[in-house]
Design a protein. Structure first.
Length: 164
């Protein structure tokens, strides 16, 4: 494929990058941010583009914050770099869950990974308990804590299902 074939894609990305900056999103290419924007649009939330903050908030109640996990069909949504010990680092990791009013797991189609198939709403306390259970079982001090669609079906409820 000739290098010129990339030019239209790069041009559109540059336009999207400039538009995102006018919306207060300084780095559209931050990992996960575009999927967070897709999820927020469906749920009516406002994206929080800062990396160390929750992913979104309720535009009518900024104290209501949300974490988004996502994966493609058959995958697991993950909370990255959850620290098991020492205790103060563990609590900081768990605060990434506690600070949210709810956690959402979005399943994207494998064949079209910008299209959402299903979104599950998960209660914070249930996600917290499962994260603690998985961290306690882990042999690693730092690990990724994953949540499958099967787990979400059993422990949460569907708030969006693609009807197309």
């Amino acid at each position: 494929m000739a290098i010129d074939a990339y030019q239209p894609v790069v041009s559109l990305v540059k336009q999207a990058f400039d538009l995102a900056r006018t919306l207060g999103i300084p780095n559209l290419l931050q990992p996960g941010l575009v999927k967070e924007m897709i999820i927020a649009e469906i749920l009516g939330h406002e994206v929080i583009p800062e990396k160390r903050q929750p992913d979104a908030r309720d535009p009518n109640d900024p104290s209501a914050m949300y974490e988004y996990l996502s994966c493609k069909e058959g995958g697991t949504g993950q909370l990255d770099r959850m620290v098991k010990s020492p205790e103060n680092d563990r609590q900081d990791s768990l605060d990434r869950i506690r600070r949210n009013r709810a956690i959402f797991l979005a399943i994207f189609y494998e064949a079209n990974q910008i299209r959402v198939k299903t979104i599950y709403k998960l209660e914070t306390d249930i996600v917290l308990a499962e994260a603690i259970r998985k961290m306690d079982r882990s042999k690693n001090r730092i690990s990724h804590v994953g949540f499958s669609e099967r787990w979400a079906k059993a422990n949460g409820f569907v708030v969006y299902s693609d009807q197309r």
